[in-house]
Design a protein around this ligand. Structure first.
Ligand SMILES: [Mg+2]
Length: 278
């Protein structure tokens, strides 16, 4: 629950760098606009020299595209402050099978990350079939992916989200795009995006911080908050997105903090779970 932090409490802070993993949709942005308080929050992060990454499950966009979108709305952070589910896939593959090959149904965000990780994109006996958000999704590719999985390729997908938001309403996201392949092969993909704590692990690794000093800020209980809890971080739910206080209370797991929006968060003063006095 949201709790006032006693004055002077931060003085007792141990010496460590705090870091923040921040979901974007419903936390920083809503559609094409900024959520009130988000610019001020990011300014406080920068002023306090706090490490932070914006975390997004959408694998279609490159960090440059994400940065440009945010910059157009008035928040300037630099390309290096974004971590996508496409990056989680490439981190995972570098760790599991460096130099592997993959057949890919996905957008630029995914293809660029795979290229950076030296993963060969091929139709010839690939180690993996990887699916992410794409604007070029066609029957021929679905058929090819189905054959390759039946012939032994392992099945990975960037994120389990069934829908993504648009101005006209929800549209199919990665979780929906994998459905025909999954139904025909009987093989479910391994999703690297939230709520998989692996994505948060790789994001923290990019920042070089330990979970005990890292905060996960998000608007969804079943992705941001559960992933944060399962990877040992301090969790902050914001009510500026899809979750109300009433909905949040129904979950068996609860965040460490609840805020109306990120504008209420003071990154200098907020205490990690281990340092809070109950
Ligand atoms: Mg969100």
């Amino acid at each position: 629950m949201a709790e006032a932090i006693p004055a002077g409490h931060a003085m007792k802070n141990r010496s460590y760098d705090k870091a923040f993993l921040i979901d974007m949709d419903g936390v920083i942005t809503k559609g094409m606009s900024l959520i009130p308080g988000s610019k001020e929050f990011v300014d406080r992060l920068k002023k306090g020299n706090h490490k932070f990454l914006f975390l997004t499950n959408n694998s279609y966009y490159t960090p440059q595209m994400l940065n440009r979108n945010l910059s157009n709305l008035g928040i300037d952070v630099g390309d290096d402050h974004f971590y996508t589910s496409a990056m989680a896939v490439s981190s995972f593959l570098l760790y599991q099978k460096p130099g592997c090959s993959a057949y890919v149904i996905g957008g630029r965000g995914l293809l660029e990350e795979l290229e950076k990780a030296n993963i060969t994109v091929t139709e010839k006996k690939p180690d993996y079939v990887i699916v992410g958000e794409t604007s070029e999704y066609d029957y021929k590719r679905i058929v090819e992916a189905t054959h390759l999985i039946q012939e032994g390729a392992r099945f990975i997908a960037t994120n389990p989200d069934i829908t993504g938001p648009t101005e006209r309403g929800p549209v199919p996201a990665c979780g929906a795009l994998v459905a025909p392949i999954e139904k025909v092969t009987g093989v479910s993909p391994y999703f690297l995006g939230k709520p998989n704590p692996a994505m948060m692990y790789w994001a923290r690794k990019k920042l070089g911080v330990h979970s005990a000093s890292c905060f996960m800020i998000g608007d969804r209980m079943d992705t941001d908050i559960i992933g944060g809890i399962e990877s040992g971080m301090t969790t902050c739910l914001v009510l500026s997105g899809v979750t109300s206080n009433k909905i949040a209370l129904r979950f068996p797991y609860q965040p460490d903090y609840i805020f109306q929006n990120v504008g209420e968060i003071d990154p200098d003063a907020i205490l990690p779970r281990r340092d809070r006095v109950e």
